[in-house]
Design a binder for this molecule. Structure first.
Ligand SMILES: C[S@@+](CC[C@H](N)C(=O)[O-])C[C@H]1O[C@@H](n2cnc3c(N)ncnc32)[C@H](O)[C@@H]1O
Length: 218
């Protein structure tokens, strides 16, 4: 049976996340990995005039890009998070929209030089539905870049994930995990001209690395 996304329930889950993950004293920062200062930076986006972050969470990466004069918009499912990020980062020039990513990309025809996700909506959305929409919303020469944890060996496709400890209200979502070669195939099937997926090692041997995926359209 395929994943049974319940967007209202997932919104509640991410609102709970927002209440704990958002820090009022956060600074703008851009990092693709779970380890501050580790791995490449925003140069993977090329030299965009406009970006869309999907599942932008705390908004720190968008604030970082907006500070550099890039037209920076983020979409996030959680109204709690979007209220907090708008209050905190709107003065930096970043714009935050509360929406489900598939719905937003289907209904809004604006195009961007780069679309990206850092442990964001690309991790939590069925790639067979998401990738063709992202492809449609990129300007010529545009890039799609995302990062998330690598798949656990043998555990591929949609993975159910409960919020927090395994007690209390049953809130869950799905995240999508594949081997790098499968991510590349999904992207080229969705119309991307080139796709490169690789696993970047963690700063310490034996620690969890980062899946980093970069795709381009002609
Ligand atoms: C792990 S957090 C984001 C991490 C982010 N890079 C940060 O620094 O906070 C994942 C985010 O994706 C958002 N999200 C999950 N599913 C989504 C969907 N279908 N549409 C839009 N946003 C989604 C959640 O609301 C959450 O804020």
């Amino acid at each position: 049976m395929p994943a049974q996304h319940d967007i209202a329930a997932e919104t509640e889950l991410w609102d709970t996340f927002a209440a704990s993950a958002f820090k009022d004293d956060a600074e703008p920062s851009f990092c693709w990995t779970q380890y501050a200062g580790h791995g490449p930076g925003p140069e993977l986006l090329g030299d965009p005039r406009s970006v869309l972050e999907i599942g932008c969470g705390t908004g720190r990466a968008l604030a970082f890009l907006a500070q550099r004069g890039i037209v920076a918009r983020g979409v996030d499912l959680s109204p709690v998070m979007v209220k907090k990020t708008t209050t905190k980062w709107a003065s930096f020039g970043a714009e935050f929209v509360c929406a489900e990513v598939l719905q937003y990309l289907s209904e809004h025809e604006e195009a961007y030089d780069a679309i990206y996700s850092i442990f964001g909506a690309a991790w939590f959305t069925d790639p067979s539905r998401l990738f063709p929409l992202v492809r449609q919303r990129l300007n010529p020469g545009g890039v799609f870049v995302f990062s998330q944890p690598p798949a656990i060996p043998g555990a591929y496709g949609p993975q159910g994930m409960y919020k927090g400890g395994f007690a209390g209200k049953a809130m869950f979502t799905y995240r999508y995990s594949y081997r790098p070669a499968v991510w590349e195939r999904l992207l080229t099937r969705a119309g991307f001209a080139s796709a490169n997926a690789q696993i970047l090692g963690a700063p310490k041997p034996g620690h969890i690395g980062t899946l980093l995926v970069h795709a381009m359209i002609p």
